[in-house]
Design a protein around this ligand. Structure first.
Ligand SMILES: [Zn+2]
Length: 201
C-alpha cells in the first residue's frame, strides 16, 4: 500500500511515480524566513527546482530509493506534466476548495499553510483560472510535494479520479476571489447621490 502521507521521501516518491506516473526528483526546499535552500539571490523557482543539475531527467522508479537516500534533507519535486498546478494565496485556495467540494468536485490541493495553496487540474486547463486574478498563476515546471518540509496535502489526489477541468472551477474561483477581495462597487454607489433606482422607461 502506498502512503502519500508518509514521512520517508523515497517511499512517497515511489508512490507518486507508481500511482500517478508523475516524474519526481530531489529538489531544493523553500524556507519561510530564509528563502530557497539553493541560496541563490533572486532564485526564480524558490523551493521547486532540482538539487542536482546532472539529474535533469526525472528518476525511474527502480532508482528512486538510491537517488533520494543519497540526498537526505532534499525536498521532493514533481514535473508539471500530465497536470496543471495552479497556485494562489492560501486563504483563497482553501475557499475555492470548499466551494468545489460543496459542488461535489474533488480537487487535489497542496498547501504551504498560511502562505500558498496549489490545486491540481487537468492538463492545459489552468489558464482558465490564472486569467481570473493576478494573484493566481500556473506553475511553470516543478511543484514541491509532501513530505517536503512545510508542504502538505490539504486534499489528496486519487488514482481513480480524473483531474477536474479548470473551466469547471471557474465559477467557484470567481466566488472565492470576490469573497477575499471585496469589490469597491458598494462604496462607489453610495458616493453617487443621483444613482437612479430604475433603468429605462
Ligand atoms: Zn532555488
Amino acid at each position: 500500500m502506498y502512503a502519500l502521507h508518509g514521512r520517508n521521501t523515497a517511499d512517497c516518491a515511489l508512490a507518486y511515480t507508481e500511482l500517478f506516473g508523475w516524474k519526481v526528483l530531489p529538489g531544493y526546499r523553500f524556507r519561510r524566513h530564509a528563502g530557497c535552500t539553493c541560496k541563490r539571490r533572486g532564485c526564480r523557482a524558490p523551493g521547486a527546482h532540482p538539487v542536482d543539475e546532472s539529474l535533469l531527467q526525472p528518476v525511474e522508479a527502480m532508482k528512486i530509493p538510491e537517488v533520494f537516500n543519497q540526498r537526505p534533507g532534499a525536498g521532493l519535486i514533481a514535473l508539471c506534466e500530465g497536470f496543471d498546478a495552479v497556485t494562489m494565496p492560501y486563504e483563497l485556495g482553501l475557499s475555492v476548495l470548499l466551494e468545489a467540494e460543496g459542488a461535489g468536485l474533488g480537487v487535489p490541493c497542496l498547501t504551504v499553510p498560511g502562505m500558498a495553496a496549489t490545486i491540481l487540474v487537468a492538463m492545459r486547463t489552468g489558464q482558465h483560472l490564472a486569467r481570473l486574478d493576478s494573484r493566481i498563476r500556473v506553475v511553470e515546471r516543478w511543484v514541491a510535494l509532501p513530505p517536503t518540509h512545510d508542504v502538505r496535502w490539504e486534499s489528496l489526489p486519487s488514482p481513480e479520479l480524473a483531474l477536474t477541468d479548470a473551466a469547471d472551477l471557474t465559477p467557484h474561483l470567481t466566488r472565492a476571489v470576490r469573497l477575499h477581495r471585496p469589490e469597491p462597487v458598494q462604496s462607489a454607489l453610495r458616493s453617487s447621490s443621483s444613482a437612479p433606482g430604475e433603468g429605462g422607461s
